[in-house]
Design a protein around this ligand. Sequence first.
Ligand code: PGA
Length: 249
Amino acid sequence: MRNYYIAGNWKMNKTPSEGAAFVKELAPKVAGAKVKVLVAPSFAALQAVGDALKGTNVLLGAQNMAAEESGAHTGEVSPAMLKDLGVKVVILGHSERRAIYGETDQLINKKVKLALAQGFEVILCVGETLPERESGKAVSVTLGQLSAGLKDVQAEEMKNIVIAYEPVWAIGTGKTATPQDADDMHKEIRQNIGSLYGPPAAEAVVIQYGGSVKPDNAKELLSMPNIDGALVGGASLKVSDFEAIVKAV
Ligand code: PGA
């Protein structure tokens, strides 16, 4: 059985003190939840949020990671630095990293392999833009990002891979994929993982949906057979909204 997984991606929001105050309020409210819960603050807030999360069931994630272990990479954050801060999970390949910061499938794949080798769980984000969807390329683009992101990832490493399907046109726009459209894509992703790694890996992989998930649409999305969780941006910034999404499972 796959475990539901709700992750909050704060993006470039919340200072360290705001983040710490937020999780102190959130953690007791989701303490009894049977789902896996994660928050991913900015690098700058990881220490403060991680300290505030000690002893809770909420996991600490990073929104990105360097593709190298150490050295002359001004402005980058290494796997060892994240580990030292108590980070267990890294989000890689977010569409904002791809579109605004020019991250390619190749770079993302390098990060995925390094993160797995360093013992992190990876949330690999994939998803098409609106023109790609409108021209009938949604599935090929999404599966292309998936197989490129997972290139040379071994079957035994798949237990540490989570996929987030985030149609770019639904991110931060208030537009959501219909539960059926999202589930159809999740099914494609699951089948693709099956052909790459075999049926047990397909059955086991957790696939989150992301893109304007809110308290009022979470239940419907999460009730679909192939949607195992959510990667939540805007609605993860308010305790009551994020709590409601966790409790919608
Ligand atoms: P959103 O962001 O929930 O604000 O649409 C989702 C994401 O980018 O992960």
